[in-house]
Design a protein around this ligand. Structure first.
Ligand code: SIN
Ligand code: FE2
Length: 216
């Protein structure tokens, strides 16, 4: 069960409500960056970026990798979570403590206590890369929220409705922003508009997004 009394006991961290149980937490990841960025490098070393093929046969423009007990994968047979990296046959790199700490902090601020992610999908966007509108529905328990961390180049996130035809809100996301959505907003359609080329001082010509989920 999620607590309905959002922010009742929380300090006044800045947050922007974009739904009844969906929030942008501007700059929420910034205090974690010194530990976060080297941890991402180590994961990419062990499980390199790759572009996956969708069940429809299209190669995704976003490159990805994973850490945690389960990793999100796609191929001609479908989308699924897997305990092993299909490219190496090895377990995905473990989820670094700083990842879980940030995800839990953000989930708490949004009113979702006891979030224990077992999967972190790491997406890399280059200029021109986009992510089409979709729902996150490969997880077992929709009672668990999604925590999404934006790093590097800015992006425009589309936060849509409960159906594909629903109206989308454009949400500008910048380096360090975190979004959390769950509860009644858990299955909202969402996506990312094609990225503009606005190199970031730390990360250069890329946007890295961490998506934390309790998948299993
Ligand atoms: C996703 O929906 O999987 C990623 C969203 C993002 O990159 O902000
Ligand atoms: Fe998603």
């Amino acid at each position: 069960m999620q607590t309905p009394d959002l922010f009742a006991d929380q300090p006044l961290d800045p947050h922007i409500a974009i739904g009844a149980q969906a929030f942008v937490l501007p700059g929420c990841a910034l205090p974690y960056l010194d530990a976060l960025l080297p941890a991402i490098d180590a994961i990419v070393e062990a499980a390199p970026w790759r572009q996956m093929v969708t069940p429809g046969g299209f190669t995704m423009s976003v490159a990805l990798t994973n850490c945690g007990a389960l990793g999100w994968t796609s191929d001609r047979r479908g989308y699924r979570y897997s305990a092993t990296d299909p490219q190496s046959g090895q377990a995905w790199p473990a989820m670094p403590a700083v990842f879980s700490a940030l995800a839990q902090h953000a989930a708490n601020l949004a009113g979702f206590s006891h979030f224990q992610p077992d999967a972190c999908l790491i997406n890399r966007y280059r200029p021109g890369t986009k992510l089409s509108l979709h729902q996150d529905r490969d997880e077992r328990d929709y009672g668990q929220p999604i925590v999404s961390v934006s790093l590097g180049m800015p992006a425009i996130f589309l936060f849509g409705g409960q159906t594909r035809a629903g109206k989308s809100t454009k949400i500008p996301l910048k380096h360090g922003d975190v979004m959390v959505w769950g509860g009644v907003d858990r299955l909202r359609f969402h996506g990312v508009l094609p990225l503009e080329d606005q190199p970031h001082p730390l990360l250069g010509g890329q946007r890295i997004n961490l998506t934390f989920r309790k998948a299993g």
